[in-house]
Ligand binder design. Structure first.
Ligand code: PMP
Length: 418
């Protein structure tokens, strides 16, 4: 009877895994299960393992002393504001600055239509909360961002994947999916898309397709949720024009400082048509009252006093070098039959295994060889994806990336010989 109290409950410190509340949870809690990415964290963070699994930005490249000074100045000069509750919509000055950041992607927005959120992850949660009843359809690229799939599952959405190729979402497939769902009487609430440097596939929606996707969604009255945390991290040229730039009424745009500054501030945002923005603010207030004033003002001060465009440029160069290290070693070392995407920005490469190989089955062997990746199945709501894996190049140094790819290629080669 170790760990049992007289109510049949087990206290946390006694460490039992039995859940005495299993029959009490709300139905939506069944959708809340740990993602495969999460389960991997403890293994992948062992120092001997080269992790091509996580998507952590390389914050070590930031001038940490400068950030430290800026935070200290903030407390000294604006402590009573920074340490106080703030508005549900977010700091007005930061919302203006966010509009300036979005201008780089062709977006002309009013700061009044911006809601500052706890990372873009919270924006995703709020959007799903205000639009989704259990069983409503969300369209998402196949594969899609694991954190979004988790949110959709938590609100009991039914996720329908739309296929992609190297140029992003396939418009004809999108139109066909919407039509067949509408024939079946299913309600599509929104299309969730990561058009630029997609997570996990690393591909980018081309310009022609951007127009087509907007047209198709407009015609079918399907709202577009454009998630764009990597848009400013292209390796070459100017940032691409956001979908939102061409359709202010049909697109909710989600942005984030997690990859262009640091995820530790947890500052992201949603830019939404006015009526939706009202609902988002109410949802935000019911979730957290307000975002951290401290984090918002720190980000605001960073943008005001630091050369943030230069910092983004140096991140772009750093990730380009790492991406090149990955692509060139894949080219050199992967056995025939493997193919992969060639990202023009962002953090991820999507690798397709030769027919018959299963990335989930491969993972324990890879970890034994001290390399980790994320199996493709984590990026689909319906258990497809066994022949794929996501490889990230954002965090390890180029030499470690090369070593990781070498280990992985060895594991795949061995598996092909079995
Ligand atoms: N969307 C995508 C596509 C992401 O890759 C991430 C982070 N990995 C997020 C949203 C959430 O980012 P954050 O909450 O840190 O802004």
């Amino acid at each position: 009877m170790t760990g049992e109290t007289d109510h049949g409950r087990t206290t946390a410190h006694q460490g039992s895994r039995i859940d005495a509340y299993v029959d009490r949870y709300a139905a939506r809690a069944t959708g809340m299960v740990a993602s495969e990415v999460r389960a991997l964290f403890s293994v992948a963070s062992r120092p001997e393992v080269v992790s091509l699994a996580g998507g952590m930005p390389y914050v070590t490249a930031l001038p940490l002393d400068v950030v430290g000074e800026l935070v200290a100045d903030l407390v000294a000069q604006r402590g009573p504001v920074a340490l106080q509750y703030g508005s549900g919509q977010g700091d007005p000055h930061l919302r203006e600055q966010i509009c300036e950041v979005m201008r780089l992607e062709g977006i002309e927005a009013n700061a009044d239509d911006v809601v500052v959120t706890v990372g873009s992850q919270q924006a995703l949660d709020l959007i799903t909360r205000i639009f989704i009843d259990p069983g409503d359809v969300v369209l998402a690229e196949g594969p899609s961002y694991v954190g979004a799939l988790g949110t959709f599952a938590a609100y009991q959405a039914s996720v329908v994947h739309v296929p992609m190729d190297d140029e992003g979402l396939i418009p004809a497939a999108l139109a066909e999916t919407i039509e067949s769902l509408s024939r079946a009487g299913r309600r599509v609430k929104f299309l969730y898309t990561i058009p630029t440097f997609q997570n996990p596939a690393g591909v980018t929606l081309n310009e022609q397709r951007r127009r087509e996707v907007l047209e198709i969604c407009n015609r079918a009255r399907v709202l577009v949720v454009e998630d764009n945390p990597y848009g400013l991290l292209g390796f070459d040229g100017e940032p691409l024009r956001a979908l939102r730039a061409d359709d202010p009424d049909g697109v909710v745009y989600l942005g984030s400082f997690s990859k262009t500054l640091a995820p530790g501030f947890r500052v992201g945002w949603a830019l939404a048509p006015h009526a939706i923005r009202d609902k988002l603010v109410l949802a935000m207030e019911s979730a957290v009252l307000s975002h951290s004033s401290f984090a918002q003002l720190a980000v605001g001060r960073y943008l005001e006093t630091q050369p943030w465009r230069e910092q983004i440029k140096s991140f772009r160069e750093l990730y380009r070098e790492r991406c090149e290290a990955m692509l060139s070693s894949l080219e050199m070392l992967m056995p025939p039959g493997c193919t992969w995407t060639k990202p023009a920005g962002g953090f991820f490469v999507w690798l397709t295994l030769p027919p018959g190989l299963d990335s989930k089955a491969l993972l324990p062997r890879a970890v034994a060889e001290r390399v980790a990746f994320v199996p493709g199945t984590g990026f689909y709501a319906d258990a497809q994806g066994a022949q794929y894996m996501r490889l990230s190049y954002c965090y390890p140094q180029p030499d470690r990336i090369r070593e990781g790819v070498r280990r992985l290629a060895g594991v795949i080669e061995q598996e092909m010989q079995l």
